[in-house]
Design a protein around this ligand. Structure first.
Ligand code: ADP
Length: 480
């Protein structure tokens, strides 16, 4: 089933992003258009009001200079000039009765607002109102002002022209908004699709991956954006999974290989004894060699279990104060006879009373592994030097150097892997687990082991251990 059919379009991130984009865009542009429309409307109304006030002032001047009759004449002329359906003028007595007016045939339904005249008499300089003529649904802006103490003027102007302008303006705004909305949704969809295309690539790769196909990688565009980071992180995760799967495979191959040898030998010995031997002594020899092989097998299985448990934090170090100077000296003394037997000089420099917090049994095992290797891989006449030091940051350093066969640069990165054995070491005894276990122990103590080596000239293994163990609380989490 394709990805597209699996996700219905409404569930896609691209659709939701587009929707959000369109909603936010239309809301903000709607608010902007509304503000603009309100502004234009108020400008139009202000202009009408200024016109009405201008008329009132002009008639007031004519009244005071030339008298009421001239005002009436001027009103008639003005109304005819502007259009009798556009403006009208009425002179009113303070009681609201009409004194004279322009042609009112078209405006006969317009009442006189007595309340407005009352306000004028109380001192208000002018009153403006908008009324709608019911039959015609026509809006009229009307101004009341006093021309003299006994005469008020009512000036009205039809807002029809402005209304038409505002209606057209409204239509244009709505139309433009509609177009913009469609464009915004299109742009939003395009941007969202582009943004999530990287996620789709990650999903596609993830779907192709199975235990056998781990080499697939998401294409990285090096744009440095979040999707790129996701792709890189995903690829890194795949690298780690791939190397883990490889390690597990190699390990199971190695286990199978290492178990096969002793079991074949056990079977062979039993078969040969059964078919050829008849004496008690031969049966005893066979039993002894089977016990030896079984011990070897058990040793290997126990070491594997110990590594796994230590790495998983199941076998936690039982922490106590360890006199590492003494422990190192004792371990070296233990190996001294073996080294001497092989004709190797073993010297150690262990300054007094360096203590650390650790598991004696585990640390001793780690030191033994390194010393055992040093002796194993150093030919007769060689030299092993063990040194102990502590630095000011509270770290203890133990180094084991030998003048042995050394490790080639190609092999060096692998020596801490489980079951790894160098080419030159295959002839010596060992199962390739000593260094893995040592590393697991060092890490369980919050420390590390590093190795440097020159092929044919010798190797140095350096253990670093913190004096106060930073690890292993009851819940298995690291302590700071
Ligand atoms: P083993 O010694 O049983 O083979 P280890 O895990 O102890 O397994 O070591 C892994 C490999 O590292 C060895 O097979 C060997 O090739 C290399 N190695 C470890 N210690 C030394 C050393 N001191 N000198 C040279 N090679 C070493």
């Amino acid at each position: 089933m394709s990805l597209k059919t699996r996700l219905s379009i409404q569930n896609t991130l691209a659709f939701r992003l587009t929707l959000w984009y369109a909603v936010i865009f239309s809301l903000s542009s709607g608010i902007a258009f509304l503000l603009f429309y309100t502004l234009v409307t108020s400008i139009v109304r202000d202009r009408t009001d200024q016109e009405l006030l201008g008329q009132a002032r002009r008639f007031s001047t004519i009244l005071s200079n030339e008298g009421a009759e001239e005002v009436t004449k001027a009103m008639v002329i003005e109304a005819q000039a502007a259009g009798v359906r556009k403006v009208f003028f009425r002179l009113l007595y303070p009681n609201g009765q009409t004194f004279s007016s322009s042609n009112m045939a078209y405006w006969k339904d317009i009442p006189v607002n007595l309340n407005a005249i009352k306000q004028l008499l109380q001192g208000t300089s002018y009153v403006i109102e908008t009324i709608v003529i019911p039959d015609r649904k026509q809006r009229v802006r009307i101004l009341y002002a006093l021309l003299s103490p006994g005469i008020a003027i009512q000036v009205g102007e039809s807002m029809e022209g402005y209304s038409r302008f505002l209606d057209a303006f409204k239509v244009i705004l709505i139309f433009t908004m509609g177009i913009l909305l469609v464009v915004a949704a299109g742009v939003g969809w395009f941007m969202a699709k582009r943004a999530v295309s990287g996620v789709e690539a990650v999903t596609r790769t993830a779907r192709k991956i199975s235990a056998n196909v781990l080499q697939e990688r998401v294409p990285v565009k090096d744009t440095g954006d979040e999707i790129d980071l996701l792709a890189k992180t995903f690829n890194e995760m795949l690298d780690r999974i791939q190397s883990l799967v490889r390690e597990v495979k190699e390990m199971s191959d190695n286990i199978a290989h290492d178990l096969k040898g002793p079991i074949t030998r056990i079977r062979g010995a039993a078969e040969v004894t059964l078919t050829t031997s008849h004496s008690m002594g031969e049966y005893e020899n066979m039993t002894a060699s089977i016990i030896e092989e079984c011990d070897r097998l058990l040793g290997m299985i126990n070491t594997m279990l110990m590594i796994s448990k230590t790495e998983a934090g199941v076998d936690k170090p039982s922490l106590e104060d360890v006199d590492i100077s003494k422990l190192l000296m004792d371990t070296c003394e233990l190996f001294l006879p073996v080294a001497e037997d092989k004709g190797i000089s073993l010297s150690y420099d262990t300054p007094d009373a360096i203590h650390l917090n650790g598991d004696v049994r585990m640390i001793q095992r780690m030191l033994s592994n390194l010393l055992d290797n040093a002796i194993k891989y150093t030919p007769s006449g060689g030299k092993i030097t063990v040194a102990l030091a502590q630095n000011s940051s509270g770290t203890v350093l133990i180094s084991v150097s030998d003048t042995g066969i050394g490790i080639s640069p190609e092999e060096l990165p692998h020596i801490f892997e489980r079951f790894y054995r160098g080419d030159q070491s295959r002839s010596t005894s060992g199962i390739g687990l000593g260094l893995s276990l040592s590393m697991a122990i060092a890490r369980a103590h919050g420390g590390d082991i590093t190795a440097t080596s020159i092929s044919g000239r010798g190797s140095t293994f350096t253990i670093t251990l913190p004096k106060t163990n930073p690890i292993v609380l009851e819940d298995g989490k690291l302590r700071g």
